[in-house]
Design a protein. Structure first.
Length: 253
């Protein structure tokens, strides 16, 4: 490669279709200095879609790469700056000259001794799936508190969270009652063993009567507990159906 009649370097040019242009790298220009600095903005949610119990949350964040370019030479330069193209991003700013498969190319002129910045702003975006049935107060506030979520959708989601908290309360109560039943059943087993071990003396007869009364009281308590557990189970089944219906009723596109 000759520049103004002087040898400047050599490069390899691949075969090209007729009329197509290509940039050929043939040497290093030591008069040009270029540095890149990246600054990332805050993440924000720009779109939410809800259907069939699944929320698809689109997140975006801005990223600006600023190229600091300096021409230390005594001649003016025409530059083409290549910035890599990457999936999951879209270009927002910059004087784009040409787009190739792998790069964005920006053209600029730089006078001798001149310095300038070339900011290239991109938006990074990604989708995140959130199952509505897994929502709690924390995740509700995290994913659906932004201005992009309509008030009626947020209200429906809050209702689902409230219903799930009620279900959790029912389940905890049911677990406590089951524990009481188990403890009382174990105590009844102890009473049965004691009854079997008693003889026929007057003292043992009195003790037998005490155990029999205790056993009868426990049977009444057990019956009441089992009834409460059954009622709680029915309430739980109904509450779970209501939550499922409430989740499927939330549709937002």
């Amino acid at each position: 490669m000759l520049v103004k009649g002087r040898y400047s370097g050599e490069g390899i040019l691949a075969q090209l279709p007729r009329g197509e242009e290509a940039i050929v790298t043939y040497g290093t220009d030591y008069d040009i200095e270029i540095y890149g600095a990246v600054k990332t903005g805050e993440s924000q949610r720009t779109r939410v879609k809800i259907e069939s119990g699944l929320a698809l949350v689109t997140n975006e964040v801005s990223e600006t790469t600023t190229y600091e370019i300096r021409n230390k030479g005594s001649e003016d330069k025409h530059l083409i700056v290549e910035h890599p193209r990457r999936s999951g991003r879209r270009l927002e700013t910059g004087d784009e000259v040409r787009t190739t498969r792998d790069f964005y190319r920006f053209a600029l002129d730089l006078a001798a001794g001149q310095s300038r910045d070339l900011p290239v702003r991109e938006i990074l975006f990604w989708d995140q799936g959130v199952h509505i049935e897994s929502l709690d107060e924390t995740s509700l506030a995290h994913y659906f508190s932004g201005p992009e979520v309509p008030g009626h959708i947020r209200s429906q989601l809050s209702d689902v969270v409230r219903r799930k908290m009620e279900i959790t309360s029912f389940e905890k109560r049911q677990e406590q009652q089951q524990q009481l039943i188990e403890e009382m059943f174990q105590d009844q087993e102890r009473v049965r063993l004691n009854l079997q071990a008693l003889g026929r003396s007057e003292e043992e007869k009195s003790l037998r009567d005490l155990y029999v009364r205790q056993f009868g009281t426990q049977e009444s308590q057990l019956s009441a507990l089992r009834s409460e557990v059954k009622a709680l189970d029915q309430r739980l089944q109904g509450a779970r159906r209501e939550v499922e219906e409430a989740i499927l009723a939330i549709v937002w596109e």
